[in-house]
Design a protein around this ligand. Structure first.
Ligand code: PXP
Length: 239
């Protein structure tokens, strides 16, 4: 059974839309723990579009389950990670103009930069996972670079236009997971997973962690909306 890492970035996206103090992703992280999350995942982006440095610092003090920091393999981010010491860092590619992380990190093309980052983090006792495409060469290279884990990008599976295409993507994930385990890497998966498409991925043998964000935050808004309106209605129901 894979562990569930809950990505709370988009709680911060709503807060940043008004640059206010609510909703607080720290509070969401605590509620995620109450709901059974095995880990809390947050992405401190270079442009700070959602998660802020303060969120990471406070969560380091309050989160009781595994704290997984997603970040770019850049010296600025490495320095922050070494200071805050999350339990795990997941290295992701980052482009300013993208809406979300669009593809896996190319650890073959960026081997030197990634290796420098992995070495500093691992020597500080931080586990390192590499967010890569489900590709044999990328997995092999992750092993060479001494990563602890790979997170296989499930976006192509999630976005597959037909059932047949989705099945092909699933098979590719199964093969890549097997290969990762053979290479003695922990295998995680994530991106684009929803209440409708998650089960076949959760059933892939040997996967130790799933990271899911947008779909959980989207559902939380919906399942909580009616109650939130009821509470406001009670307040405004004055004579
Ligand atoms: N894993 C990684 C490495 C990611 O970058 C993201 C998105 O921040 C996720 C998982 C979660 O993706 P989603 O929000 O689509 O569930």
């Amino acid at each position: 059974m894979p562990a569930l890492g809950v990505n709370i970035d988009h709680v911060a996206t709503v807060r940043q839309a008004r640059r206010t103090i609510e909703p607080d992703p720290v509070w969401a992280a605590a509620l995620a723990e109450l709901g059974g999350a095995d880990g809390i995942t947050l992405h401190l982006r270079e442009d700070r579009r959602h998660i802020q440095d303060r969120d990471l610092q406070v969560m380091r003090q309050t989160v009781q389950v595994k704290l997984n920091l997603e970040m770019a393999a850049e010296p600025e981010m490495t320095a922050i990670a070494l200071q805050v010491k999350p339990d795990q860092v997941t290295l992701v590619p980052e482009k300013r103009e993208e809406v979300t992380t669009e593809g896996g990190l190319d650890v073959v093309a960026h081997a030197d930069k990634v290796k420098t980052c992995i070495d500093s983090l691992r020597s500080a006792g931080i586990e390192v996972s590499l967010f890569i495409d489900a590709d044999r060469q990328q997995i092999e290279q992750s092993r060479q670079l001494d990563a602890d884990a790979v997170e296989l990008h499930t976006g192509t599976y999630a976005d597959a236009p037909t059932k047949a295409a989705q099945q092909r993507e699933l098979e590719q994930l199964v093969t890549a997971a097997d290969f990762g385990i053979e290479q003695e890497l922990l295998v995680h998966m994530g991106h684009g997973l929803t209440y409708r498409n998650v089960i076949p991925v959760a059933e892939i043998p040997g996967v130790s962690e799933l990271n899911i964000g947008h779909s959980i935050v989207a559902r939380a808004v919906m399942v909580g909306f009616e109650e939130a309106v009821r509470e406001m209605k009670a307040l405004v129901s004055v004579e």
